[in-house]
Structure formats: C-alpha cells, structure tokens
Write a protein that binds this ligand. Structure first.
Ligand code: GCV
Length: 709
C-alpha cells in the first residue's frame, strides 16, 4: 500500500467508456512540445490504463495549431495568461484532440478528459460539441503556511511535506502534490508561511537555492509558478544592515543585488508574497513609510526579473485596548490601503482576505473590493479550517466562496456605458472599461449601468478594471497525513477551491459531485448521500457556532472549541460586546463608521438594522436581545433556535454518513466517522455554552422551554 492517498488521481477501474475508440487516439495540437506536454502524456497514459485498461496513442501535432503562440513569460498579463491557458477538447477523425496556445492548456485538457472518465461520464457525449474552457482567473494560487521545522501554522493534517528539520524535502510526494493541484487548475504556489522567521528568512540565500531550484522545476513541469514568502526586514535579519526603510538607497541596493542572485539561482521563481506591518512582522510603517512605499520598492527591483510582488492587506492594530470602542479592526484594511489606490506599481498585487476580520464563518466582504479601482487585486480565502472546524468539524466551504465571489460591490456606480468595451461579466452582461482612466470619469453624462461587472468575481478575474494581474489565493489545508487534508471530506475544499478558481461558474453541487465521483465512488446513492452531507455543512457549522455574523467566541490561540468570552478582554480587536440588554458591534455612522466604507447601496443597507441581512446584523449593530429579525424571531430566540437546530443537524450528518458503512472504502468511512464523533462533541459544547451564556446574561427564557443550563 502507498503511504499516502492519491485522492482524485487514484485512477481505479471504471465501468464506463471501456470501448470508447476516441480514447485510443489522442492528439495534442497547438503548441511546442516540452516537459509539460510530456507530463500530460504521462498522466493520460497512467490514468487511462488504470481506469479503462487503454493505452492511448498520443500524437503531438503542431499543424493542428489554432493559433500557435509562444509560452507566456513570467510577467505575462492576466489576459495573456487566460488566452494561453484556455483549451478546447474536440473530436476529429476518430480521435480526441486537445488544442491550446500553451502546453499548460494542453495539460488542463488532459485532466479534463481524465475527469470525465473518472466521473463515468460518456466521453462521446461530453465532447460531441467542442468543449472550450477558459480559466476564470489568471492567478489561481495556494498559500502554504508551512514552517521550515516541519510545523504548519494553522495546519490540521499533519506536518509539512515540504520541510523537515529546516531542510527542504523533495520526493515522489512532491511530484504527486504538483499533479494533484495542477489537475484542478492551480497555477501558482507559495511554499512557505507568510510569517517568515528563523530558517525561512534564509530561503533567499545559498543555503536553499539548489533545492528551491529543483522544486521550481518540478512545479514548472505542471504549469505551476513557484513563489516565496519574504521577510520584509531581510536587510536587517540576513543582510546585517540596520534599516529596512524602503526609501533608503542602501536598502534598495541590497535588494537589487539580492534579487539578481535569487532569480539567477532559482530561474523558475515568479515572485514573492509579503506580510508586512502585521501581527508583529516588520514593515515600512516602522520608518514612517506607506504600504505602497514598501511594496513598490520591492516591485521595481522584482520587475527587472519579470516577477510579481503580492502584498497582503492584513494590516491592523493587534494591540488594541478592549475598552477602546472607537478603534475598529474591521476598518483597518480599508483605512490603510485605500488612500494609496493608484500608487501601487503595475507588478504589485494586493492580496485581500475575503472579510475585514479574519476568516470567520460569516463576515461581510472586505470593502477594499469595490473600493480599490486602480490597483491589481487578489482575493485570499482560507481552506485550512482555522475558524471553521479545523478539518474535524465538516465545513464544505465552496458555498461560502460562491457567496463571496457573487457579492455585488457596486464599484461601477456611475461608469458611463459609452466607456465600456466588450467584456463578459459574471452576471452574463457585456460590459467593462478600457482602462483605469475611465473610472475617473464617474459621474459623467453617459447612461449609467450601475450594477454590471462589479462582483468580486468580476474584479479578481481582471475584467472590471482591466487589471494587469489578478486572481485568487487560498491558505491551503494540506499536510503529510495519509489523506493530505486530515478529514477525507476536507479534500473537497482543496479540490473545490481549484475547480472554482478555474471555473467560477461551476455550482457547489457540481464541484461536490465531481469530487465524490473521482475520490470516493460513482455509485448514485453514495454520491447523493455525500452531496447531502457536504452541501449544508457550512450552514450547520454556522448555526451551532457564532450567531448573526458576530464571529470569534473561540478558545484563544488554538481557535477550536467554544469560549464565548475567549477574546472579549483581549488585544486583538475581536469583541462581541454583550451585556444584559444586547450584543453586537455598532459599526454604523453612529458607531465606528465601518459600514460607510462600502459603496452605495451596500453602505445604507449595512448601516440600517432594519435593512441589514440577518446573518450579518450583529457584525454591524449592537442590538437588544428583543430586536426582531427579518425572520420574525427575536435575536435571543434566534440564538437558541439556531444552536438547537445546528446540533441536531450535525447529528443528522453523522447519521447519513453511517448509512455508507458498507458502501465505501473502509479507511475513508472510518476516518470521517471518527471526525463526526469529535464534531458532535464540539457542536454540543457550542450549543450549550452559547445558549447558557446568553440565557444567563439576558434572563430571557427560550419560548420552547428546552434545556439550557
Ligand atoms: C499566518 C490569523 C492567524 C495567523 C495567521 C494570520 C495571517 O491571525 O491566526 O496564524 O498568520 O491570520 O493571515 O497572517
């Protein structure tokens, strides 16, 4: 037995397509042959042999080129990446053909075919009409928070498979990891924690160059760009200087020399991710400089090497006095980054967490999306389930990511349609803007199309503002556990993130079904049962944890398990402000003013307790327990009901899983069963602690008279 699971690349025997002649002759057309093409051939050969006992003849036919173009370069714009990674699978003369302008596109086409076969769909039907797929987002990235000692910050599935004892480990698993993530369309990976400390600071030195170069080559063979997290204060920590001031000529000179060395030694390196001025990490603020000063200094030098600087917007005061009700952590991202919109150089991308706080089960969307109009942007989500069950409690996150991507920012409010060029937006309308300068014309006389091409999906795909670079990143949930993600079903988040990043139009159900079919079983009952388990799991987790968008209430440090006041008197800016009359944070114009950071009409909706959606009402408002929600329930009754329901529904998930006992692989069954046992314990604690806390503090009885302690 292998010492780790192959997940959706298991390629076990399948019943359908056994006699499909098309799979015996496969033609790659449209690009030069290289190692990616070789890997695509290898993958198809392995997969079709394993699943159907077919050994395909694979021909590389340059004459089939639909528009032969060279591979993209490191600094190809987002649009160039999308053009090159698009692929078509079609049938011609008894052969199945894949065409693309890049070999990466061919590889994606190969994985498309393998997905079709693994899910037991009929190949002839699926490709009867040409199937063309264009990725939704240029950069589709995973961020590892792996440390060089082998630990993983917020890791819930074992240790790092990249590092051991401060050394980089490269083995067969490294290659299989590249295959797994390329198969779902990931094209960029940051391999070290954003908190760059100790040995990791030396990644940009001789000590690690050889291994990093080797790793970069493996990734490149699967169309994946290698990125490193950078210690902003490297000049001090490894350069022996006394400053990291971005405007200091000595600092610039050091970086110039350092980057020349790094890019020479690691030729596949595509850029750096930087966490600066955040949670104790150094940054330009120390020198009275802006975030733009810091990012641009590095970017100007990186540009000489065709590389990107991805700069995180997770900058806030983590030393807040809990008594201080004026300071609002939710405001910090916007306050720190909006004033410099337009100042960031064109190879800088700002990476923005989906919410203004920190990956809670429910948050509003960061107002930087729709605020920033002249800056390259990426969305950061977290599939490591730090606050969403830690890969013990089930939480299929794709429905949440879809909500985030579909959020309307109204950033085009006032853009003249006369300025719009032809672009297909997420809502199906055709719109767009020729360039950033058009946006400055807002308020003109042209006919106004206020709600088009303005979702988060539109922005990060690059369409809304014609951004040069953009995309989506997930803090990954992988480790060296046998099944990579601790809970087998958490694999649906890894698989699903990649699929959603590549094809944002897919539904949560379609993605879940693909995952189940490819990883667990094609049996209709099994597929339906697991879909019924995955799809409501996020809503269930939300019900038994933090009510109505307030967030936190977790045990400090570990972030798993209920502790209603765990962060209430701490320095992190994460408060629920409950007293005997009510709870919630006043973020309206009468409170911290955060609600006003949104474009209209979102600002007015969030600013009003009557209009604000129930699920976010305590994020924006401090309300009495007797306040009546849109649902018709009072806040306190909602708390009681959702917690009783959440636990009961978690029990139902576990019961449904139990029906699969003899229908699926025993290891998978046992692994998930064990997780459900732990989830039920956790959910019961949450239910009873939250209900008891608010019953005691409010003195209001549950109208259904259930047991509260
Ligand atoms: C990598 C949260 C997490 C930290 C993490 C940080 C970040 O605060 O708890 O572990 O640090 O986010 O995103 O940088």
């Amino acid at each position: 037995m292998d010492n780790y699971a192959k997940l959706w690349l298991e390629y076990s025997p399948k019943g359908k397509n056994k006699d499909c002649k098309l799979l015996k002759n496969i033609v790659f057309g449209g690009t030069a042959s290289d190692r990616i093409i070789e890997n695509a051939k290898k993958e198809l050969t392995l997969g079709l042999k394993g699943m159907l006992d077919i050994t395909p003849v694979i021909t590389v036919n340059f004459d089939e080129a639909a528009g032969k173009k060279p591979e993209q370069t490191a600094l190809s714009s987002g649009k160039e990446i999308l053009d090159s990674e698009e692929y078509t699978v079609f049938i011609k003369d008894e052969s199945l053909c894949i065409s693309s302008k890049s070999s990466t596109g061919i590889l994606y086409g190969a994985f498309d075919i393998l997905r079709t076969v693994a899910s037991e769909k009929d190949v002839e039907t699926v490709y009867a009409d040409d199937k063309t797929v264009r990725p939704s987002n240029p950069l589709r990235m995973l961020n590892h928070w792996d440390n060089m000692d082998g630990s993983i910050e917020r890791g819930y599935s074992g240790k790092s498979f990249f590092y051991e004892n401060n050394e980089i480990v490269i083995n067969e698993r490294t290659v299989d990891y590249a295959r797994l993530i390329a198969s779902v369309g990931i094209n960029a990976v940051v391999i070290n924690n954003v908190n760059v400390k100790q040995a990791a600071s030396y990644m940009i030195t001789d000590r690690y160059f050889a291994k990093l170069a080797e790793l970069g080559e493996i990734f490149a063979g699967y169309g994946i760009g290698l990125y490193l997290s950078l210690n902003y204060a490297s000049t001090i920590e490894i350069g022996g200087m006394d400053s990291a001031d971005p405007l200091d000529e000595g600092v610039k000179a050091w970086w110039k020399e350092k980057m020349a060395e790094v890019f020479k030694k690691i030729p596949t390196l595509k850029g750096f991710l930087v966490k600066a001025d955040s949670e104790g990490r150094p940054g330009p603020f120390t020198y009275g400089r802006t975030q733009a000063d810091g990012a641009n200094m590095l970017a100007d030098i990186a540009k000489e090497h065709n590389a990107l600087i991805i700069w995180r917007c997770f900058v806030y005061n983590c030393r807040q006095d809990w008594r201080d009700k004026k300071t609002d952590r939710a405001r910090a991202g916007y306050d720190n980054f909006m004033p410099m919109d337009g100042d960031y150089h064109d190879n800088v991308i700002l990476q923005i967490k989906n919410g203004p706080m920190d990956f809670q089960i429910r948050e509003p969307i960061s107002p930087l999306f729709g605020g920033l109009k002249k800056t390259n942007q990426m969305l950061e989500v977290q599939i490591a389930q730090e606050y969403t069950g830690q890969q013990i409690d089930l939480c299929y996150l794709i429905p949440m990511f879809k909500e985030i991507l579909e959020f309307k920012t109204y950033c085009n409010g006032g853009t003249k349609t006369s300025d719009l060029s032809d672009k297909e937006c997420s809502d199906g309308t055709v719109t767009g803007s020729e360039g950033w300068s058009d946006i400055e014309d807002i308020g003109g006389n042209g006919s106004v199309k206020p709600d088009s091409c303005d979702t988060v999906a539109d922005i990060i795909s690059g369409k809304t503002f014609n951004s040069r670079f953009s995309g989506i990143a997930a803090v990954t949930n992988t480790g060296n556990d046998f099944n990579w993600t601790g809970d087998y079903l958490a694999g649906a988040n890894l698989f699903g993130f990649g699929r959603l990043a590549f094809s944002t139009g897919l539904s949560s159900g379609e993605i879940a079904e693909e995952f189940i079919r490819m990883t667990i079983s094609n049996d209709r009952d099994v597929v339906d049962t697991i879909k019924d388990i995955l799809l409501p799991s996020r809503a269930i987790y939300e019900k038994y944890t933090c009510p109505l968008g307030i967030g936190w209430m977790v045990k400090p440090n570990t972030h798993y398990g209920c502790s209603v006041d765990g962060y209430e008197y701490d320095r992190w800016g994460t408060y629920h402000r409950a007293d005997h009359l009510g709870l919630g944070v006043d973020r309206t114009d009468k409170g911290t003013g955060y609600a006003l950071q949104y474009n209209e009409p979102n600002a007015s909706v969030y600013n009003s307790p009557e209009k604000c959606p129930d699920e976010l009402v305590l994020f924006f408002h401090h309300l009495p327990y007797t306040h009546v929600l849109h649902s018709g329930k009072t806040v306190i009754q909602h708390i009681y009901d959702s917690h009783f329901e959440g636990y009961a529904e978690a029990e139902q998930l576990a019961a449904k899983w139990e029906t699969l006992r003899d229908k699926i692989d025993k290891d998978i069954f046992d692994n998930v069963s064990e997780r459900f046992t732990r989830q039920l314990y956790n959910a019961r604690e949450w239910r009873d602690q939250v209900n008891t806390y608010f019953h005691r503090i409010s003195g209001i009885e549950d109208e259904k008279g259930r047991e509260i302690y």
